[in-house]
Ligand binder design. Sequence first.
Ligand code: BES
Ligand code: MG
Ligand code: ZN
Length: 506
Amino acid sequence: MKRKFSASKGGSAQKKHSTDKKNAAKEHSGWWGDGPVFVFLYDKREKEAITNGKAKEILQFVNDSEQVLHESEALRIIRINNEYSHPVLFVDTGKEVGLNLLDHLRMAGYRLAKWAENNSVKTLMIPPLKDDSPKKRNAILQGLCHASYAFDKYKSKKHEKADVEYLFADDMEIDGNSLQALFSGIDIAKNLINEPGCNLTPGVVANIAKGIAQKYGLSIKIRGESELKRDNYNGILTVGRGSKNQPAMVTISYAAKHKKNIRLALVGKGITFDTGGISLKTQDKMYEMKSDMSGAAIVLAAMQVIAELKLPIAVDAILCLAENRPGENAVLPGDIFKAKNGKSIMVENTDAEGRLVLIDGLTEAAELGATHIIDIATLTGAIQRALGNAIGGLFSNSEGLALTITESGDECGEKWWRMPLDEEYTEGLKDKVADIRNITDGGPGAITAALFLKEFVKKDLQWAHLDIAGVAFTANGYKYTEHGATAFGLKTIVETAKRYSADELR
Ligand code: BES
Ligand code: MG
Ligand code: ZN
């Protein structure tokens, strides 16, 4: 995916939205001619202009004009006598409900880009917004960037996209490089998550990680089966035993120094396919379990973005990679293994595998000297039932880290809801034979999974666990994703790392 950002001489930020293929000129009425189409944003429900100045005066046309040239979804194109003598495109930023202003702007940008692409429009001119700010403009540009993603490598006919240029009509500075860095990370994460399980084994992910580490000069350690055995990382080994594709743990380190010596660890669940193992899943939507490595993809991509942005903070990314499937050597329900910290674990259900690989990552993070740990995982169906497909589950032993994550998420269009880590439920994890078991008898599954992890986190570390099982993958589309990986969580993690780098501690 090629995306270009540039700033014109006058310092006005402009984004040239460029795509791999030149658009085969489509038939269209051509009433917008060759000049730029002026875009005004308004909120239909609030009857309010988001665009500054002139838009307010002409807003009445949004509701009254009889010269509507086009109306679909929340786009309305009207011919009016304006100083540009071009049609004006109105984009309703209030179409979606329940989003904050920045996310409304992302959605408007997304719909705008889709419309422009389908209508062979060459240039869109976006006038200043009401109470304009780089953040607001950045949100519109994010929507445009989201619109240009397509996972079409397996299609014989590729997604053809128009070469549309988006211009802001004044000088406000926008950090195009940051946006570019973020979206190249989002592309990487989505491509990994969307890739079928047959082509994306733990070894393949490790190799891709190696390529990224080399490109950015980051140190990387890849542990295969024998190194995992040597270092007692038995959770990943146990889960990976059923597959001929070896499990792995990948640790990438970015060692910029932080003023207060914060060392942030990012731990990702990387089950390249989750069949459930011997406790086999049912067939319904099982294909979606190719996305069970979303956490690992996100921490790898986050690492790339952080390195690209050269944030002043030390970060380790730990990818816990295995394929969970039944096989001759697969772990059996009732099997017991010893974790690196000495605790014995009864695998009562082989489908509760995510927590088994994550505890190795959490241990590795502590060994590297982490002061703060964020793990991210498609961990439980229970979080999907509790919070649905729009909100991720957040668990944390630290008020400050939890607040930073929710506030970062709000800014990025990723909603998090803090869940309780109530010790009362730890009781259910006690086992009759081993020290701890990997499931409980019913109960709040997302909470008990988080409590299981907590047993393996040192008390003096600030730790947050993000359960993205409900939000990582969309079959029928969600916000700016039509189908497939959303990379939900990546923006939040990058924003959190930015805030920690800038010492904006809560
Ligand atoms: N990968 C799944 C969780 C999941 C469910 C992710 C739906 C995305 C969408 C996880 O490994 C799993 O199977 N969890 C079990 C745990 C249970 C056996 C305690 C679950 O949630 O059913
Ligand atoms: Mg499972
Ligand atoms: Zn899983």
